[in-house]
Design a protein around this ligand. Structure first.
Ligand code: BGC
Length: 769
């Protein structure tokens, strides 16, 4: 057992940095400094305000979307508002309309204002240009993570950046760097899954994809990224935006690394977590926003609030006694830009008063203004405030369609394949059932042409539903669709069932029944759940279909893993499509017919029971599966499917795991290598996953942690040798005083079923949070 008291004697100090308490890392750009020095308090305050587009829309205009000149002038010229977000009336707009609106906005901001400062426009372009009509929509982040292929995440974001710029917008509120570690959470699908390392790698690629390589000079084909939602957007209840109580060790060991990795790749902005961590709303937490993010992590970009979250410090969280107190708390905590988004006049008045009374210092205000102006400068908005769609590839170009299809094909995860029932012949006769069979909503998800994705069928009409894609592949005469359980209306939960009595008759002609089940589109609060089981109506449908005696193929399209324990034994195959975008259906058909050999792996633990939602990096006590003869302690860790799991139509064999050196210290790098061979009869892709376990530690260690991974493609009979290089830091964890440490002692490296023991010969201290 390691003794923390011995640390003092045997420590090696590595990478231990302690920043001063000054916010002097933001670059001083002469043009920006000149502007700041000539600004009035009101002009400075305006630069810290973001309003939603609806505030300046002419609601009376019936025929086309128009700005209201008076309202626009008031916001931009009288109150000097510096930023606008979102679409209008929650809908997608054509690129031409976006170009026209942004041009008009920039004309007022630049030509008619005293200081000619451009507007910083931002939208949630989270998987393609979500609010632009006709844009190809890519797999959502959870599906991107299931590819375990960060190159695809980078490519997707490069194209998303182009689509967004074609719409005239230089800033996206993406990627989400929160962990998807709670299947109850309505935003799990917006994340890269439960693992800090996988999320970090995907996030790094996402940032590069959006911003390109030069964060100080972002070109017209890239946009600024915004890491969401800093940090620890998780909760005790599993419901959106509810509190979490969490230890320092857990907070910094699991929830921070993905943000840290993406900030180190140069992310230009960060959006604050709407939630409440250890009883304090994060928007009021100076320790996290200023001391940690801006000073310790040297973040020199913009910290933007989430939607109306400053006022919630007063109205929802009851920490500030009035609105003014809330503005003061948030601004002094380190907010640079407030997504007000409606009552900006009040916000403006309150912040101005606070500056005049010195309750908010001029230095703090200048810092916020500088960060906003530097971002505008980095985006070249002073020189090129608008872009035209004519200068960009079509937002539904052939290459982006291919990318959407390829990513969906690599994401789709085969979870069960009893008796190798899949792949099936394209000559087969199918009966297609289920609420997801003939709608685009579950394939595109939230933030798809609208916030909740409810317009997906109309806006995504050019793309195929499962039924339409099946007809293409199997032929009209071989596909029967029986509408059974259907989603009704725009609401996420509302399902109706019909035709159940006709299922067995229709099944008689079919070779297979394809059950398209899962969830409708949703996000945030409207997606909150009270139970995790798949809905009752869908379970009844499986029961009914199983009575037909025909083999059932379950296609799950869901943003979070819904409990399928009771229906799993009734189906022969299970394919998880997640929310894989415009080409989900084509990719699925190619997987079930064998044109594509599935290679997706779960980026989360698929739970078996709603009371056992442990992540794969749980503690040893969560594994206990003992019986003493009298009682059966059946708690244990019995997921439906483990993290990293996913079947292939071929078989891979692992051999020769080697680790060198076996004994190492702070000065060493460790090389872990393994051979992987395709011993099956089809070409396929495999994700080689390296895990480690700490045998003993001063805080109970996780049973296992992912440390490296690589996706490889192997032809039949081909072998590849994969090597990973690590250091002791990769084996470190965070103590409850915030100290990151690698403790001396034994560790086990594991790839597939192979493992090797190694020894760290000294304790090593890293940064302290
Ligand atoms: C969400 C954010 C989003 C913002 C702006 C909020 O409700 O939590 O993720 O970026 O709205 O649309």
């Amino acid at each position: 057992m390691k003794n923390p008291l011995l640390f003092a004697i045997s420590i090696t100090l590595a990478l231990f940095s302690c920043k001063t308490q000054k916010n002097d890392d933001v670059p001083r750009i002469p043009e920006v400094e000149k502007l700041i020095s000539s600004m009035s308090i009101e002009e400075k305050v305006g630069q810290t305000i973001q309003i939603t587009l609806d505030v300046v829309i002419n609601k009376k205009s019936k025929h086309r979307i128009e700005l209201d000149t008076l309202k626009l002038n008031q916001a931009l010229l009288k109150y000097h508002v510096g930023s606008i977000l979102n679409t209008t009336q929650g809908r997608a707009l054509p690129v031409e309309t976006w170009n026209r609106l942004i041009k008009q906005i920039q004309n007022v901001a630049i030509d008619e204002s005293r200081l000619h400062v451009p507007i910083l426009y931002g939208v949630d372009a989270i998987h393609g240009a979500s609010y632009t009509k006709g844009a190809i929509l890519f797999p959502q982040q959870i599906a991107q993570a299931a590819t375990w292929n960060p190159v695809l995440a980078q490519r997707i974001n490069e194209v998303t950046a182009q689509q967004t710029r074609a719409s005239g917008i230089p800033w996206t509120f993406s990627p989400v760097m929160d962990l998807g570690s709670d299947p109850r959470w309505a935003r799990m699908w917006e994340t890269y899954g439960e693992d800090p390392y996988l999320a970090s790698k995907m996030g790094e690629s996402a940032v590069i994809g959006y911003q390109g390589v030069s964060r100080d000079n972002v070109d017209q084909h890239h946009v600024a990224a915004c890491l969401k939602h800093f940090f620890c957007y998780a909760s005790n209840s599993g419901k959106d935006r509810t509190p979490i109580e969490i230890s320092k060790s857990t907070l910094y060991d699991y929830y921070l690394p993905s943000f840290k990795a993406a900030i180190e790749k140069g992310a230009l902005s960060v959006m604050v977590n709407s939630g409440i961590v250890n009883s304090l709303p994060v928007h009021a937490n100076r320790d996290l926003l200023t001391n940690l993010l801006k000073q310790r992590m040297e973040f020199d970009g913009v910290v933007v609030t989430d939607w109306a979250d400053i006022e919630k410090i007063h109205t929802r969280d009851k920490v500030a006694v009035n609105h003014k107190e809330a503005v003061k708390m948030a601004f002094n905590a380190g907010i640079d830009l407030s997504m007000v988004p409606f009552d900006y006049v009040r916000y403006c008045k309150l912040l101005t008063e606070l500056v005049k009374s010195k309750e908010v210092s001029m230095e703090r205000l200048d810092d916020a203004v500088r960060r906003n102006l530097v971002l505008k400068h980095r985006l070249n908005l002073f020189n090129t405030p608008t872009t035209s769609f004519r200068e960009y590839p079509n937002i539904a170009s052939e290459s982006s369609k291919k990318l959407a299809y390829n990513t969906a094909s690599e994401a789709i995860t085969l979870l069960k394949n009893e008796g190798n029932i899949l792949p099936i012949s394209t000559e087969s006769k199918l009966l297609i059932l289920g609420p997801n069979a003939n709608t685009m909503r579950p394939l595109l998800g939230g933030w798809s042409y609208s916030w909740q994705g409810q317009n997906a069928d109309k806006e995504g009409a050019d793309y195929s539903t499962f039924l339409e894609a099946a007809v293409q592949i199997f032929g009209r005469n071989n596909v029967e669709y029986l509408p059974t359980v259907l989603y009704r209306g725009a609401k996420y939960f509302h399902e109706e069932s019909s035709n159940l009595s006709l299922v067995s008759k229709s099944a008689m002609k079919a070779d297979y029944i394809i059950l398209c089940l899962g969830e409708n589109s949703y996000t945030e609060k409207p997606g909150d759940l009270s139970e995790l089981d798949l809905s009752e109506k869908q379970q009844t449908l499986v029961d009914t279909a199983s009575k037909s005696g025909k083999p059932l193929i379950l296609v799950l399209s869901e943003g979070r893993p819904r409990i399928i324990r009771n229906i799993e034994p009734k189906v022969s195959a299970i394919v998880q499509t997640y929310i894989s975008g415009s080409y989900t259906a084509e990719a699925l058909m190619d997987v079930i017919t064998g044109k594509v050999n599935p290679s997706g792996k779960l980026p989360y633990t698929y739970p078996m029971h709603a009371n056992s939602l442990d992540v794969y990096y749980h503690k040893p006590s969560e594994e206990s599966k003992t019986t003493d003869g009298l009682y059966d302690y059946s708690g244990g860790f019995y997921p439906q499917y483990p993290f990293g799991y996913g079947l292939s139509y071929t078989t891979f064999e692992y051999r020769n795991l080697k680790v060198s050196p076996k004994s190492f210290s702070s000065k060493d790098t460790i090389t872990v290598s393994v051979e992987v061979k395709n011993i099956g009869s089809r070409k396929g892709k495999e994700v080689v996953q390296l895990y480690s376990s700490d045998c003993y530690a001063s805080l109970t260690p996780d049973v296992i942690r992912l440390r490296r991974f690589r996706k490889v493609q192997l032809n039949v009979g081909e072998t590849s040798e994969i090597s990973f290089v690590l250091t002791a830091k990769d084996l470190s964890f965070v103590l409850n005083n915030g100290q990151r440490i690698a403790e001396k002692g034994q560790f086990v490296f594991q790839i597939d079923a192979l493992n090797e023991k190694v020894e760290l010969t000294e304790d090593i201290l890293y940064e302290k949070f």
